[in-house]
Design a protein around this ligand. Structure first.
Ligand SMILES: Nc1nc2c(ncn2[C@@H]2O[C@H](COP(=O)(O)OP(=O)(O)OP(=O)(O)O)[C@@H](O)[C@H]2O)c(=O)[nH]1
Ligand SMILES: [Mg+2]
Length: 440
């Protein structure tokens, strides 16, 4: 961006043939360019039929022109929309005409970025625009719309406000030491802390589920060779994707299959069995299996119920990713108890319980009508903020250190500010908006 004042132009409709093709302009030169193209600037927010002319005065198209005067527009700047005929050439000619008259081609996400810069929307809302456009299920679309309308941001802002209140309270107590506050017996303080903790818990839970709604949930199947990983993937997906044989070491590549558990998009990843002394191809398969585990939301640890030594690979599991232990092939063993979920990939017994467990682990059961989408970035920032908050409370309880609590609260607020963009770096903004489509 060369400055907020320069005027950008882009097609707002996708390339291709359609009923209408829309070209959008935003920036300080919009009134000048609009007058040249249309003869006169339309009254704000009134649809006007006009001939669109290029810099030489030649007609390019006729259509509807819509003018939004700053600051009452999407970007907060002067905006002009030209609704012409939806052919790729017509749209390209209109864009060229605008450029000849002084506009420049917009970068991806630049309209939304300007809306953010001009305080029309915050960062989470800007991201929700992209999420709404690219949402894959109607539930995800509705949730993205809720984030776009500000529900997520409002909850974050409310928490920031509570943290500020708490900080002011603690700092006031530190500033007047002669009043001799005893933090530990202060009931009002305890109530404020509890309130913040509840809000953190609720928001984190919602954001995690909202992240899954946007990105889906990735479940990686791992275990010893022949445990029945591929059989289970085929059973869950109802497809015959993976080759199943009684030969240990059948699967060498990483295989993926998308399934839907009551509306939750789950990506299943089948991997090569983990074992000692693999051959050279299997070795690469095992390396890929570990790589897949590292990016998983959950691991299905599949054991063969007939295998006495079935826990042998326990120590190879990642310790920061939830693991569901599955005892497969229970059709072969007398009903007995043991660790994990008992099922049979062959008969289908226990599969529904597994589905339920996956959806619970994903936090999906919590998604009610009020669900909103969130991104991994938001979940991480919230997690960091919650960490600072609990560190601060711990310092207060252990050392009666109000200063430490105040400092951690400041850091927590800063982390929350990254979500809405109250605190943001050029790098972060560049990264977020460059992922937008052109014209948004
Ligand atoms: N009886 C019974 N046999 C099963 C069950 N699940 C898998 N099997 C059999 O166990 C053998 C191995 O199954 P696979 O699904 O190929 O096992 P895998 O874990 O993918 O094995 P690798 O790809 O070699 O690591 C096959 O002969 C399957 O038919 C089950 O629930 N019951
Ligand atoms: Mg296999």
């Amino acid at each position: 961006m060369t400055g907020p004042a320069d005027t950008i132009v882009s097609p707002a409709t996708p390339p291709g043939i359609g009923g209408v093709g829309i070209v959008r302009l935003s920036g300080a030169d919009v009134p000048v360019i609009g007058r040249k193209m249309l003869g006169s600037l339309p009254a704000p927010r009134m649809a006007s039929l006009a001939t669109f002319r290029d810099a030489r005065g030649q007609a390019v198209d006729t259509g509807i022109a819509l003018y939004f005067a700053a600051p009452a527009s999407f970007t907060g700047e002067d905006v002009l929309e030209l609704h012409g005929h939806g052919g790729p050439l017509v749209v390209a000619m209109l864009v060229d005409a605008c450029i000849a008259l002084g506009a420049r081609r917009a970068e991806p996400g630049e309209f939304s970025k300007r809306a953010f810069m001009n305080d029309k929307i915050d960062l989470a809302q800007a991201e929700a625009i992209a999420d709404l456009i690219s949402s894959g299920t109607d539930q995800a679309a509705r949730a993205a719309l809720r984030t776009l309308s500000g529900e997520f941001s409002t909850a974050i802002d409310a928490l920031v406000e509570r943290l500020t209140g708490l900080r002011v309270y603690v700092e006031a107590a530190i500033d007047f030491p002669e009043e001799e506050v005893d933090f530990l017996s202060d009931q009002a303080l305890a109530e404020r802390i509890d309130d913040c903790r509840l809000r953190f818990d609720g928001l984190l839970e919602n954001a995690r589920a909202g992240r899954v709604l946007r990105d889906g949930y990735r479940v990686v199947l791992v275990g010893k060779p022949n445990a029945g990983k591929s059989s289970l993937m085929n059973r869950l997906s109802g497809e015959d994707t993976a080759i199943v044989t009684e030969i240990a070491g059948t699967t060498r590549d990483v295989l993926r299959e998308n399934i839907d558990i009551d509306g939750l998009a789950v990506e299943l990843v089948d991997t090569a069995g983990l074992r000692e002394n693999p051959d050279i191809i299997e070795k690469e398969g095992i390396r890929r299996a570990r790589e897949a585990m590292a990016s998983a939301d959950a691991v299905l640890w599949i054991q063969d119920a007939t295998d006495k030594d079935r826990n042998a690979l326990d120590e190879q599991l990642p310790d920061d990713i939830p693991v569901i232990v599955v005892r497969n092939k229970i059709d072969l063993v007398a009903a007995g108890s043991g660790e994990g979920l008992a099922l049979s990939a062959r008969t289908g017994e226990g599969i529904d319980a597994l589905r339920r467990q996956i959806s619970e682990l994903a936090g999906y059961h919590n998604l009610g009508e009020g669900a909103f989408t969130a991104r991994q970035r938001h979940v991480e920032a919230l997690g960091r903020a919650a960490g600072h908050f609990s560190d601060g409370v711990e310092a207060l309880e252990a050392q009666r250190a109000g200063e430490l609590l105040a400092e951690e609260l400041r850091l927590a607020q800063q982390a929350l500010g990254e979500i809405t963009g109250a605190v943001s770096s050029d790098d972060l903004l560049g990264k977020i908006f460059s992922e937008f489509c052109i014209g948004k």
